[in-house]
Design a binder for this molecule. Structure first.
Ligand code: SAM
Ligand code: PRE
Length: 254
């Protein structure tokens, strides 16, 4: 295959032609174009990934476990891997899409680093966590049913050591209708600037509507505290996409 053909195959054109509505799924066709899709769809994604390495480096503890939940193709997993400077730390990536994990294995193998990465195909609602120092949910919680989110965060918080963290990145919504409209318009302009057509933007919007349920910043903050984290810091925002750092203070019970 020519390089041009190869590039075209990896470009997200999944919503380029008019098609009947189906809910968005992380299937083989999405897995194939995912790096291109997420880079062109999520403002700040290309900043957040390298910062996950910086944050991991700051909070990882020797002899602990690190988790990347909803790891997709492993971009956030590999960022964590490069931030881990102890050889007695475990790093586990979990995703319930076999199509995503199959490609993730390939990217992990290509990444030249001595720390082993364990990949597990399972629903994070069924996963067990223990002795955690850094856990990442990079644009994953938004796909979990809202009524199951608190129980998941509570299990993560109670498995987190004192001084450990959760990095939580999410698409958010706004209480104010005016801000919601402005931020949504700016997000769509970002997509347009990245080459998506109006048809692609509107068909993708309809496909994710019932699958990706955004909440407000305040809902996230309050639930993280209620789940057992002691401090929540907004460390990144671009339009309606944010990343939070939830910290278990050094004095709290693990
Ligand atoms: C937007 S992607 C995450 C991107 C990735 N963390 C990164 O930084 O590139 C969301 C991922 O979460 C996974 N996912 C959604 N719900 C899940 C669940 N309940 N259990 C496991 N994985 C889930 C999806 O299969 C998908 O791969
Ligand atoms: O909100 C959108 O338009 C998106 O495309 C966002 C988003 C995400 O935030 O995960 C949704 C699905 C794909 O995984 C890539 C990006």
């Amino acid at each position: 295959m020519t390089e041009k053909k190869q590039r075209e195959q990896l470009t997200d054109r999944l919503f380029a032609h008019e098609q009947p509505h189906t809910d968005f799924r992380f299937d083989a066709s999405v897995a194939r174009v995912f790096p291109d899709m997420i880079r062109r769809s999520v403002p700040g994604y290309t900043t957040i990934i390298p910062m996950i390495e910086v944050i991991t480096d700051q909070y990882v503890q020797p002899g602990s476990n690190c988790y990347d939940l909803g790891c997709s193709l492993g971009a956030s997993t590999l960022a964590m891997r490069h931030g881990i400077r102890y050889d007695d730390v475990t790093l586990t990536g979990i995703d319930n899409s076999a199509d995503m994990l199959e490609r993730c294995e390939h990217y992990v193998a290509l990444d030249d680093h001595p720390l082993p990465v364990t990949l597990r195909c399972e629903d994070i609602l069924d996963s067990r966590f223990s002795n955690a120092s850094v856990t990442t949910l990079n644009f994953t919680l938004q796909f979990v049913a809202p009524e199951r989110r608190e129980e998941l965060l509570t299990r993560i918080a109670s498995a987190t050591r004192p001084g450990g963290v959760l990095i939580l990145s999410e698409k958010i919504r706004f209480e104010s209708a005016l801000e919601q409209d402005t931020q949504t318009r700016l997000h769509h302009e970002f997509k347009r600037a990245n080459g998506y057509s109006d048809l692609e933007i509107s068909q993708k919007r309809a496909a994710i509507e019932r699958v990706l349920i955004p909440e407000t910043l305040q809902q996230h903050r309050e639930r993280l505290i209620h789940s057992g984290f002691d401090q929540v810091i907004l460390w990144y925002q671009c339009f309606n996409f944010v990343s939070l750092l939830a910290i278990k203070s050094a004095g709290s019970q693990a």
